[in-house]
Design a binder for this molecule. Structure first.
Ligand SMILES: [Zn+2]
Length: 303
């Protein structure tokens, strides 16, 4: 049984006409999921609290976001904030908190708005406001439900916000597989960035050249799995970007639809893992999630 986390407020995670992020992708996906034979259950998350947000973000950042949402403004040129977006961001965090709790309970779970990995401690861009997974991991650690976590990020963009938050933290391994940041936003997330202090060795960036396809991508995933096995975390969050697809308008990696089923097959053996639906800007995003679930969303199997 697959568990899907979704709140109608997710549809307000919209940055205006012409912006590449289209929140209706969740609705299209749910309609498409109904047509499949995959058994699933829907879960509605709660709104996250400010004290949760502050587990990963600075107080002045939260104040700034709230101010911008009221006054009308933008965190960056690509990330305007209004009251609707901010509310949706709170529910996205609540969704990832719920998804991680369900994953710890052994459920196979996917949050339809999460993996907002460009949100850093006190600044953000890239259509991200709150770093939902960093917050959820910190919350579970604080509640002593987990000691360690692994962020397995396969979005085409580097997860530099998550990297920043856990850069000196050896309890959270952050792995990001992405297109060479010399050629793509956010312009950071290089192999030499390995963490610092006690966190040295617990951050890894694996780079794909523009034009790379399934072979290079799945080889990077294999490398990630080796790191994951060695670290052996209590919880894993998969940041599933659909922007590695060949038709994505914002990036240059050339995955086929079938590649996502192969990806799910490789990752399905990871226990206590939730999937967060991150970037993806082509009209194929809902179908990409379905392809992934064809393997990942079915019965457990050890890798
Ligand atoms: Zn992305």
């Amino acid at each position: 049984m697959l568990h899907i986390v979704f709140h109608p407020k997710y549809l307000d995670y919209s940055f205006g006409p012409g912006h590449p992020f289209w929140p209706e992708r969740a609705e299209v996906f749910l309609k498409r999921l109904k047509e499949t034979t995959l058994p699933y259950k829907l879960h509605k998350p709660q709104r996250a609290k400010d004290k949760d947000i502050l587990l990963a973000h600075a107080g002045e950042y939260l104040n700034r976001v709230k101010y911008l949402a009221q006054s009308g403004g933008a965190l960056s040129i690509d990330t305007p904030v209004d009251a609707g977006v901010l509310e949706a961001a709170y529910f996205s965090v609540g969704g990832t908190i719920l998804a991680t709790e369900l994953a710890l309970g052994g459920k196979r779970v996917m949050n339809l708005l999460g993996g907002l990995h460009h949100a850093g401690i006190s600044d953000s861009s890239g259509f991200c406001i709150f770093n939902d997974h960093a917050i959820a991991i910190r919350k579970l650690q604080k509640e002593k439900k987990i000691k360690t976590a692994f962020v397995f990020d396969v979005d085409v963009h580097a997860g530099q916000g998550t990297q920043e938050i856990f850069y000196d933290d050896p309890t959270v391994f952050t792995l990001s597989i992405h297109q060479d940041p010399h050629t793509l936003y956010p312009g950071t997330g290089f192999p030499k960035q390995e963490g610092e202090g006690k966190g040295k060795g617990f951050n890894r960036n694996i780079i794909l050249n523009p034009g790379a396809g399934e072979i290079q991508f799945l080889a990077a995933v294999e490398e990630g799995l080796r790191l994951h096995k060695k670290f052996n975390p209590d919880l894993t969050v998969l940041v599933l970007g659909a922007d590695t697809f060949k038709e994505d308008p914002l990036a240059n990696i050339k995955l086929e639809l079938e590649t996502y089923e192969k990806l799910g097959e490789k990752l399905k053996g990871i226990e206590h893992c939730c999937t967060l639906c991150a970037g993806g800007y082509s009209r194929s995003v809902p179908e990409i999630w379905i392809q992934f679930l064809r393997s990942w969303g079915t019965e457990d199997k050890k890798y």
